[in-house]
Design a binder for this molecule. Structure first.
Ligand code: DQA
Length: 144
């Protein structure tokens, strides 16, 4: 069965209790379930990886060339995750960058993402819904 890679970076394991006024109350498990539900119609499964370590995210990408596409919330690695960027440059499938918060409405250090130029698209500011939007976009881009 086709699998979608769902990558979440540093500090996203504590969603639900991490600054809920910014990131909402959905937990990472809620988000992984929502993406799973969104992809059920396409017959895709989810390979979910969260890590606070850039190296582990890179390994998940390198081991994920067999996946059909990816959703990537890099957390603060958006700012200077050059090794993550290099890993994504070699990832052979379409992928979408997701941010729960509207990063452009926040501190200026969040306004540029080093990975965004490589993404098929970027979804920001829609909270947990953004992951569903990204999943739907990937089904449309890749074709179920
Ligand atoms: C985030 C935005 C980043 O700037 C921040 O460092 C995060 C979460 C988001 O989902 O809104 O960790 O990626």
């Amino acid at each position: 069965m086709a699998e979608l890679l769902l990558l979440n970076g540093p500090n996203l394991s504590i969603l639900g209790r991490r600054q809920p006024e910014i990131y909402g109350t959905a937990t990472l498990a809620d988000i992984e379930q929502a993406v799973t539900d969104e992809l059920a119609g396409a017959g895709w499964k989810v390979r979910a990886v969260q890590s606070d370590s850039e190296a582990e995210l890179i390994h998940a990408i390198q081991d994920g060339y067999d996946t059909v596409g990816a959703i990537v919330n890099p957390g603060a690695l958006m700012i200077a995750g050059w090794s993550l960027r290099d890993a994504l440059a070699s990832y052979p499938r379409p992928w979408v960058e997701v941010h729960l918060s509207n990063v452009w409405a926040r501190e200026s250090f969040r306004h540029e993402s080093v990975i965004a130029p490589l993404a098929s698209g970027v979804v920001a500011g829609l909270g947990a819904l953004g992951y569903r939007v990204a999943a739907r976009a990937l089904v449309a881009l890749v074709g179920a």
